[in-house]
Design a protein around this ligand. Structure first.
Ligand code: GLA
Length: 402
């Protein structure tokens, strides 16, 4: 009897397990296909906080479409927290009608007409971080509404989630987005609390690895509104070391959005910030007022040679290969066999920094061309190592090609 039971039921289990495994694998392929290189775009939060509106989003989309950012690869225009106010009698999410009088569908149409894509924000808890309605218990209905509106990207936050399990909560929304049939990039904003890099591949396209970034070089500090805590750029950078193996085409570590151009760092510091985010294969989501940038800031955000490193199809995240006090070397292998290398000086005086071939997996005798990606100049041919003088709080970023 026992044997009969086993012989008839066991094959059923195996078939079910195989079907489940195959459908998870195909969901993962579908999810990964949407973001084969790190997403590029703009998000309202870092500069505008809750002060979002239809006029703001349209004027930002106009700027991106005409100021060289679209050509450089920026695509997603993302409205962060505070666009939503309530739910209607059928529990569908409702946008703030004062600030978005034409509605989200019309806004998506507008953004699409510029050749760009629209992103929205929600939260896995009962309320968002700014106390707007969250998606807990409404995941499928919200995903359906986003798809009907023509939304292309969802940033999904982690406030007011109580005892929810992060993997379960993010899987629910990921599945809900997939069944809409609309390709929607899924940006998981869980702040790295439950180490999402260990489980989020196939669930999200990008996952935050830390708390929020602030517009400062270093330190942990309060926001202008007095909220604790924002993290300086190098504090966030330090927390990325060791996470590189978890990223790849379709699924990326997210060290948070860019602060380039928001005024709290110097131009060399912003260049360092942008260089690192490119090397780390991080999503490049601008967070400044792109409608009124100085030429230096625009030059940073649209540096095509640095962006090419970020968007390299091999999709290998860079990593720190040496730290000698204030001096560091970071490197990333690229699809053409070359290496992108950052020589970093976090100290207060100019220093020489050296990248040695053996550290970037090249033989010592190899002669390789070095190109400076900020000066846009070939520096020469070098054998065994390359050194550059690096100003304080600055980087040199080069491409080394055998
Ligand atoms: C959290 C997120 C931020 C931003 C705000 C919005 O702090 O980490 O990126 O979305 O919420 O309230």
């Amino acid at each position: 009897m026992d044997r009969n039971w086993r012989s008839s039921v066991a094959p059923g289990f195996v078939v079910c397990a195989l079907i489940l495994f195959a459908s998870r694998a195909s969901a993962q392929n579908q999810r990964d296909a949407i973001a084969q290189t790190p997403p590029m775009g703009w998000n309202s939060w870092n500069k505008f906080g809750c002060n979002v509106s239809e006029d703001l989003i349209k004027s930002v989309a106009d700027a991106i479409a005409t100021n060289g950012m679209k050509e450089a690869g920026y695509q997603y225009v993302v409205i962060d927290d505070c666009w939503q106010v309530s739910r209607d009698e059928n529990e569908f999410i409702v946008a703030d009608q004062q600030r978005f009088p034409s509605g989200i569908k019309a806004l998506a149409d507008y953004v699409h007409s510029e050749g760009l894509k629209l992103g929205l924000y929600s939260d896995a808890g009962t309320k968002t971080c700014d106390d707007r309605p969250g998606s807990q218990g409404h995941e499928y209905q919200d995903a359906l509404q986003y798809a009907r509106w023509g939304v292309d990207y969802l940033k999904y936050d982690w406030c007011n989630t109580g005892t929810r399990n992060a993997e379960e909560a993010y899987t629910t929304m990921s599945d809900a987005l997939l069944v809409t049939g609309r390709p929607i990039v899924f940006s998981m904003c869980e702040w790295g609390t439950a180490k999402p890099w260990q489980w989020a591949k196939g669930i999200g396209n990008l996952w935050r690895t830390t708390g929020d970034i602030g517009d400062k070089w270093e330190g942990v500090f309060k926001s202008p509104e007095g909220n604790c805590c924002l993290n300086g750029m190098v504090d966030i950078l330090d927390l990325q070391a060791g996470l590189d193996a978890f990223a790849g085409p379709g699924h990326w570590n997210d060290p948070d959005m860019l602060e380039v151009g928001n005024g709290g760092m110097t131009i060399p510091e912003y260049r360092a910030h942008f260089s690192f985010w490119a090397l780390l294969a991080a999503p490049l989501i601008a967070g400044n007022d792109v409608r009124s940038m100085t030429p230096e800031i625009k030059e940073i955000l649209t540096n095509v040679e640095v962006i090419a490193v970020n968007q390299d199809e091999l999709g290998r995240e860079g990593r720190r290969i040496r730290k000698d006090g204030d001096l560091e070397v970071w490197a990333r292998p690229l699809s053409d066999g070359s290496r992108a290398v950052i020589l970093f000086n976090r100290g207060k005086s100019e220093q020489e920094v050296t990248a040695r071939w053996e550290e970037i997996a090249y033989p010592n005798h190899l002669a390789a061309r070095v190109r400076d990606l900020w000066a846009h100049k070939d520096v020469g041919s070098f054998t065994g190592e390359y050194s550059a003088k690096v100003a304080p709080h600055s980087v040199a970023m080069v491409k080394i090609t055998p």
